[in-house]
Design a protein around this ligand. Structure first.
Ligand SMILES: [Zn+2]
Length: 440
């Protein structure tokens, strides 16, 4: 099945490897053939690099899927484990990845949300892809699981990242299970709950006196210093591998729909990476013949308090102007999203859109999803549900089409957002009091 290094880009990858001192072409990362620049197409061998040496553009994985037979591949996936490794033939991981110690995220529920559909007037089928079911309760487990396998292949012994919370927990858990040292950097004044959720896995957790930008700047210095040698930073030098984890959302949604593309997807935007990789995953399934080639639309969702991409979309711009974030949707609060321009391209190319909602609408949407479907979403999930409602109200999203909305994390992570929700009544412990309160 994995006949590697064949024609085309694979042979280019080998040629490039021979002309550099990098020995990374010896690593086994399954169908991954090379790293390819998204801007200029320049290719380099697989290695722990993330920026193009020609133009500084972002690198992503190029694959060689040419050996695959569609029906054999479908059977192999369907016979695979109930986690992201069922898609190992389409990911930058070795074929025996399922046998390695990994927290094995994915294969989360695709919930048919009929109650929510009735409230929103959706008649074509509404689904919530609920990624709160991952081991550390957010979609970050998908991307970190990929980064761990790349770290193993490149011989790293320490796993690291800069984080504001969710990613720190995902790295801590994955490193604990896989037997890596983890050393994660966070702003020193994070909420206690987030600190505990990252620290409980036993790795080193370092508070940096400064804000998230300061943490990032420090990590960049550490990568270039001998002190950081042997360190894999999941979202920096392992970023091309890490980012591929988001493709599994697209694979799962289509397989769970019976190997069918949804008509419309609503995806939250932080850096924009997840949305671009979902699009990449859908295109791969079409190219491999695993789903019928028909149009789909991808909609991006942001909070108004951090809406650089939706602002650019509405203004008709191709560039994204940075903003200073001010929103309760902290997991989406990236004011200068690296993949913003790619998101604009995809939204326009597929006939989708990018929209934003206020913090008040985010809270309303969290409660709407909870009371209609029994799903308690974190604020990012409130953003996607809120944007879905707004797009339907505006006549942009077609309610007669099959629509999938992403919930990327558990509401327990962002309890403060719904802190005002509480008791219906307080009564004395007798029936008279119960009746007086109008509860009978
Ligand atoms: Zn380039």
């Amino acid at each position: 099945m994995r006949k590697m290094r064949r024609k085309g880009l694979a042979s280019m990858a080998v040629q490039t490897a021979e002309t550099t001192t990098n020995s990374a072409n010896t690593v086994d990362l399954g169908p991954a053939a090379a790293l390819s620049c998204r801007e200029c197409g320049h290719q380099v061998p697989l290695g722990p690099v993330f920026a193009c040496e020609e133009c500084f553009g972002p690198l992503e994985i190029a694959y060689d899927f040419s050996a695959y037979d569609t029906e054999e591949l479908r059977r192999r996936i369907e016979a695979g484990p109930a986690n992201i490794w069922r898609y190992a033939p389409l990911l930058p991981v070795p074929a025996d990845v399922a046998d390695k110690p990994n927290i094995n995220p994915g294969w989360t529920k695709l919930v048919k949300a009929d109650n929510l559909a009735r409230e929103l007037g959706v008649t074509g089928g509404l689904y919530v892809k609920d990624d709160s079911g991952n081991p550390t309760h957010s979609f970050k487990d998908r991307v970190v699981a990929q980064a761990i396998e790349a770290a193993r292949a490149f011989g790293f012994t320490t796993l690291s990242c800069s984080s504001t919370g969710n990613l720190a927990g995902a790295v801590g858990a994955a490193a604990a299970r896989a037997g890596f040292r983890s050393c994660v950097f966070i702003p020193h004044d994070l909420e206690q709950g987030k600190v505990v959720m990252a620290a409980v896995y036993g790795g080193e957790l370092v508070g940096i006196e400064g804000n998230y930008d300061d943490v990032n700047r420090f990590c960049s210095e550490l990568i270039g210093d001998p002190a950081g040698e042997g360190w894999g930073f999941v979202n920096v030098n392992l970023r091309p591998y890490y980012a591929e984890g988001s493709k599994t959302l697209a694979y799962e949604i289509c397989e769970q729909l019976g190997w069918r593309l949804p008509d419309q997807l609503v995806v939250p935007i932080a850096s924009g990476s997840q949305l671009t990789k979902i699009d990449k995953g859908l295109k791969e399934l079409i190219a491999l013949g695993l789903v019928e080639d028909r149009p789909y639309k991808i909609f991006g969702a942001q909070a108004k308090g951090c809406s650089p991409v939706s602002t650019a979309y509405k203004a008709g711009h191709d560039v994204v102007r940075p903003q200073k974030p001010d929103t309760i949707a902290k997991s989406l609060a990236i004011g200068n999203p690296a993949d913003g321009p790619y998101v604009l391209d995809i939204a326009r190319r597929t006939g989708g859109a990018v929209e934003d909602v206020t913090d008040e609408q985010v809270v309303d949407a969290i409660k709407l999803l909870a009371r209609t479907e029994g799903i308690f979403a974190e604020t990012a999930g409130g953003v996607t549900v809120g944007v879905t409602k707004k797009l339907i109200d505006e006549g942009v999203l077609d309610p007669s089409l099959t629509t999938v909305v992403l919930n990327t994390g558990d509401g327990l992570k962002t309890l403060d957002a719904v802190a005002g929700t509480g008791l219906t009544a307080t009564i004395r412990p007798n029936l008279d009091s119960f009746r007086e309160a109008g509860l009978a």
